[in-house]
Write a protein that binds this ligand. Structure first.
Ligand code: GDP
Length: 445
């Protein structure tokens, strides 16, 4: 998968990295090519447009160090955005199967690879995670499908629920639940019936089963070869029955991979696994960072830029410390500090790590600082002008009102922020004199 996209992007970035300094035009041309490459990979128009917009914004605002070229910087930005598009910024928690017996509902259209994937997943959970797994087919319309699952079970050594003719899907699901509890299984997989198209009867059936077993994971199996159609199917299933994750099958046959790139952005649902063949072990977990790396094929540059960024952060910290020691502490400094706090898990986590910070903690507690407040305070700073950020003493009442409004907040919150900036400025100055600041900053790392 992704071969042709990878080739196309490779060409774009080869040209970029050959240049020393990049003009805005260079970036714009490159981004146009990236957009075309994405569209050719069958990424949805909206996702491609959004993607390019975000990369452009970051590329224009990015600070560049001497050790890397702007072209390399752009590649890193594209890499990170690819990762975001694939996984969302928050990353992917493990499957929710920690409460035995945990049901996993497998849903999807007929022919999507649902039964095959059920077998593959059962095998993976058994072999890789040491789970005891039970599988059950709910496809009462196609006895052959039930047989197929039973045969797969024998093949991979996973138990299947005995077939009882004449039962309704919801009854089979309940029987599977009971059997899984009695038999001491960790997980039971329910392979629901598919249809050639989404219809109400199918959805009602799935909804009934869903209500009966209340799965915390409902995995939708879709054919990755169908590109944007796969994304539409996912939207419909999600709207009707609620999906928690997606498995894209037949990714062994796809050179484009557009479905993978649009899925998360359009449906908000993570891709959990990709099917890479017909064999029972051809199921890969979907790892956004690896896939982003594979698409770009430029791992060396990405790690080079990461290192350079680390160096840059250290340099920036040192510069900031010098400013603090001189008693300079404006809104830009405060914003940097707030962002640092966000990164470190909020105020509580950070204050606990620093000796001698009790006083500052009190000042900040007074302002009622928690993580949502961090976000609001950063929003307030962002709605100030450059001049105001550099010298907040300039702020008149009318501007304060506008700024608070711009951030959707009250003036009182802005006043608190200003007070905090002054207090922290004073504190930094005092600490700078005693050498405490250096200690504290090095701990904030
Ligand atoms: P269901 O109707 O959704 O249950 O679909 P099946 O599981 O019966 O799969 C339909 C066909 O797709 C079978 O021939 C499978 O071997 C094949 N298939 C399933 N997953 C993959 C995959 O990831 N790659 C390839 N190449 N074929 C697959």
């Amino acid at each position: 998968m992704f071969e042709s996209l990878s080739d196309r992007l490779g060409g774009v970035f080869d040209r970029l990295t050959k240049q020393g300094a990049l003009s805005e035009d260079d970036v714009r041309t490159a981004m146009r090519e990236v957009r075309v490459a994405l569209l050719e990979a069958d990424v949805s128009l909206e996702v491609a447009r959004d993607f390019v917009k975000r990369v452009t914004a970051k590329a224009t605002g990015a600070a560049v160090t001497k050790s890397i070229t702007p072209g390399q910087q752009v590649i890193k930005i594209v890499h990170d955005e690819l990762q975001n598009v694939l996984a969302g910024e928050e990353g992917l928690p493990p499957l929710k199967i920690d409460n035995p017996p945990s049901p996993i509902l497998m849903v999807g259209l007929q022919g999507s690879g649902k039964t095959t994937t059920t077998g593959k997943l059962a095998k993976r959970l058994t072999e890789k995670e040491g789970k005891r797994v039970l599988m059950a087919s709910l496809d009462v319309n196609r006895p052959a499908a039930m047989e197929q699952l039973a045969i797969l079970g024998t093949q991979i050594g996973v138990d299947t629920l005995p077939i009882v003719p004449g039962q309704r899907p919801v009854d089979i699901a309940k029987r599977a639940k009971t059997q899984a509890a009695l038999g001491g299984y960790d997980v039971y997989l329910l392979d629901t019936a598919g249809r050639l198209q989404i219809d109400q009867v199918l959805m009602d059936e799935v909804a009934q089963v869903h209500a009966a077993v209340q799965p915390r994971e409902t995995l939708l199996v879709v054919d990755g070869l169908t590109g944007q159609v796969a994304v539409e199917v996912a939207q419909e299933f999600d709207a009707k029955v609620g999906v928690t994750g997606v498995v894209l099958t037949r990714m062994d046959g796809d050179g484009r991979g557009g479905a993978a790139l649009s899925m998360r952005a359009v449906t908000g649902k993570p891709i959990r696994f990709v099917g890479m063949g017909e064999k029972m072990d051809a199921l890969e977990t979907f790892e956004p960072s690896r896939i982003a790396g594979r698409i770009l094929g430029m791992g060396d540059i990405v790690s080079l830029v990461e290192k350079a960024q680390e160096v840059m952060e250290v340099e920036a910290q040192e510069r900031m410390m010098k400013r603090f020691q001189k008693g300079l502490f404006n809104m830009n400094d405060l914003k940097a500090q707030l962002q640092q706090m966000q990164k470190m898990g909020g105020m509580e986590g950070m204050m606990g790590m620093m000796p001698g910070m009790g006083k500052m903690k009190k000042a900040i507690d007074g302002a009622g600082l928690d993580d949502s407040i961090l976000k609001r305070q950063i929003a307030l700073i962002d709605s100030m002008t450059k001049k105001e950020r550099a010298n907040p003493a300039l702020l008149q009442a009318s501007r304060k009102k506008r700024i608070a409004k711009g951030a959707g907040l009250e003036v009182s919150e802005l006043n608190q922020l200003l007070k905090m900036q002054r207090q922290m400025g004073d504190m930094m100055k005092k600490m700078g004199k005693g050498g405490m600041l250096k200690k504290a900053m090095s701990m904030m790392g």
